[in-house]
Design a protein around this ligand. Structure first.
Ligand code: ADP
Length: 548
């Protein structure tokens, strides 16, 4: 069974009976009313009005069945809204629709000539007409009750009493319909004579129809005064259709099976279906909205998890280098101590302290990347940073017998950035270049170059003669967790690109000539416009001109 949850008042705007109608909705409702009026005038004023069409046997059962289905579904949908909002006003209007659905049964059964010449249930000549009158008087009363009960949150029912309230209302409505049917069938002889025969009505019918119209107009006025929601708007349209239907059936030809009588039935069917269509449309729209919200929530959660994964993977990746440095220096320090060489041991321990500080700074700067924190930015000398990065990786470079070429342009202006983050980028690119060359025999040359373009854009290239990059991987390399190395994490390039882009720059890779890869990044000089923005339209000339 579906479990329904009570909705807090602040969530109610998402429910049809409390959702305010939009401009388009109001215009549509007005258009429907105008169309109904035009159809009414054509039927009522023109020559069509006096035409007597004759009896169509299947019409009454078909019409009554269709109406019964429509009104029952509308009642169920409104009861469902009541169970969420627990407003007695909604209970009243749901009961109103249930009432019209149930009244259709005796109306159809007692209709002369449908199931029996004089109608079933012991009906007399007046029974069907009086069922119609009670039916069309009853519904506006439910609408007026709805209008008067709405907008009062103090009247909301307690959570536990919703089921009982629905049961009680269904039982009462059914009892009222049964009692009304009994009265008009058993008391047929006592009722005022409206039907002259199974087809024609007396002029009395005009007065009764006039009263029914007045009651519907009264319901319309109550709704108009207290209108707030989409439901109010469409109930007003329904009441307009009701007034038109009653008028058509009584005027100008007070007889069954006249053109006006059939037209009145169609208006009745329209008024019955209108709210159902609107309810179904609104429910589908709201359902689509809920679906979109759920999907968006899922995506957001995924993104958050990915960020969490990325943060932990980044910390693990970036911390590896200072940790390795600490272990190497600690080993060296111990060996120096064993050989009683305190000065060398002291230098190794000082190196451990420096590595420890760098590890702490790396963690802090990773948090800064994810928090998009730019507080630690200072003016940096990129050539000095390159020198430091090469010094930090000297051990690896020597171990793999890699020849280093530093082509640093002394004219390169300062850049504004986070020192630790920039160092991470250079270390990542140099470490990757070392890994790539270590995996391959042949000449091993690392070339780090700094250049200045147009006076305001700085390009740094890290070129190697390693394995190179397949064209299909040129962009994938920068995806988080993409790696081709057995012990790789696939975070270095993704972090590096995030850092460079956070500094309004760009980082990309191209193949080196004749072999290997070149990683390049561009940054704006301190005080100049962003490199990423200023050069984005023409990167190709830069890419080729700086290829090594
Ligand atoms: P990891 O180094 O942990 O694999 P990275 O994000 O730094 O993560 O690199 C992702 C992948 O990009 C590497 O696994 C490698 O396949 C490729 N790559 C990075 N730098 C180079 C390079 N200089 N030459 C060839 N391939 C490279």
């Amino acid at each position: 069974m579906v479990k329904r949850t009570a909705v807090a008042p602040e969530e109610q705007p998402f429910i049809l009976s409390s959702l305010p109608p939009g401009r388009a909705q109001r215009r549509l409702a007005l258009a429907v009313v105008l169309a109904l009026l035009v159809a009414f005038l054509i039927t009522e004023v023109g020559p069509l009005s006096t035409i007597q069409l004759g009896r169509i046997d299947a019409f009454v059962p078909a019409y009554a069945t269709a109406m019964l289905v429509n009104d029952s579904i509308t009642a169920v949908l409104l009861f469902a809204q009541f169970s969420i909002l627990r407003s007695p006003a909604l209970l009243a209007i749901s009961s109103g629709y249930l009432f019209t659905a149930l009244m259709l049964i005796p109306w159809m059964l007692t209709f002369p000539g449908v199931f029996a010449p004089g109608g079933l249930l012991g009906a007399g000549l007046q029974s069907t007409t009086w069922i119609y009158i009670l039916w069309h008087a009853g519904f506006p009363v439910f609408v007026i009750a709805y209008g008067l009960l709405k907008d009062d949150p103090a009247r909301r029912l307690r959570q536990g009493s919703v089921g009982a309230a629905i049961l009680a209302s269904v039982a009462t409505t059914a009892a009222v319909v049964c009692a009304a049917t009994f009265l008009v069938t058993a008391g047929d002889a006592l009722l005022p004579r409206i039907s002259l025969d199974p087809v024609r009505f007396s002029t009395l019918w005009l007065y009764y129809a006039g009263c029914l119209d007045l009651l519907s107009v009264l319901a319309l006025i109550v709704l108009w005064i207290r209108r707030r929601s989409v439901l109010d708007l469409w109930l007003m349209v329904v009441m307009c259709a009701y007034v038109i239907e009653i008028t058509l059936i009584a005027f100008p030809v007070p007889a069954r099976f006249s053109f006006g009588w059939y037209a009145g039935r169609i208006f009745g069917f329209l008024s019955g279906s209108l709210l159902l269509f609107v309810l179904l449309y609104e429910i589908t729209t709201l359902y689509a909205g809920v679906l979109r919200a759920v999907l968006a929530q899922g995506r957001e959660r995924e993104a958050r998890l990915m960020t969490g994964d990325a943060v932990s993977a980044s910390i693990a990746h970036e911390i590896k280098q200072p940790l390795t440095g600490m272990i190497t220096n600690a080993d060296a320090g111990l060996r120096w101590l064993e050989r009683s060489m305190p000065d060398e041991a002291k230098a190794a321990f000082e190196q451990i302290v420096a590595d420890g500080h760098r590890a702490a700074a790396v963690i802090e700067s990773i948090r800064a990347i994810f928090k998009k924190d730019s507080r630690n930015r200072t003016s940096l000398d990129i050539n000095q940073l390159i020198g430091e990065a090469l010094a930090l990786t000297r051990g690896d470079l020597q171990r793999h017998r890699i020849q280093v070429q530093a082509e640093l342009n002394a004219q390169v202006p300062q850049v504004r950035g986070d020192r630790i983050q920039m160092q991470q980028v250079l270390l990542n690119l140099i470490t990757n270049a070392i890994d790539s060359m270590a995996a391959k025999d042949g000449p091993r040359v690392l070339c780090v170059r700094s250049e200045v373009h147009d006076g305001g854009t700085i390009i740094v290239s890290v070129a190697d003669t390693g394995t190179g990059i397949g064209s299909q991987d040129l962009e994938r390399l920068f995806n988080p967790l993409f790696t081709t190395k057995p012990g790789g994490m696939g975070m270095g390039l993704s972090i590096s690109r995030s850092i460079i882009e956070a500094h309004d720059g760009r980082l990309w890779a191209v193949p080196n000539n004749p072999e290997g890869a070149v990683f390049q990044f561009m940054l704006a000089a301190d005080g100049a416009t962003s490199a990423g923005a200023s050069r984005r339209e023409q990167p190709d000339d830069l890419l080729t001109s700086s290829r090594l």
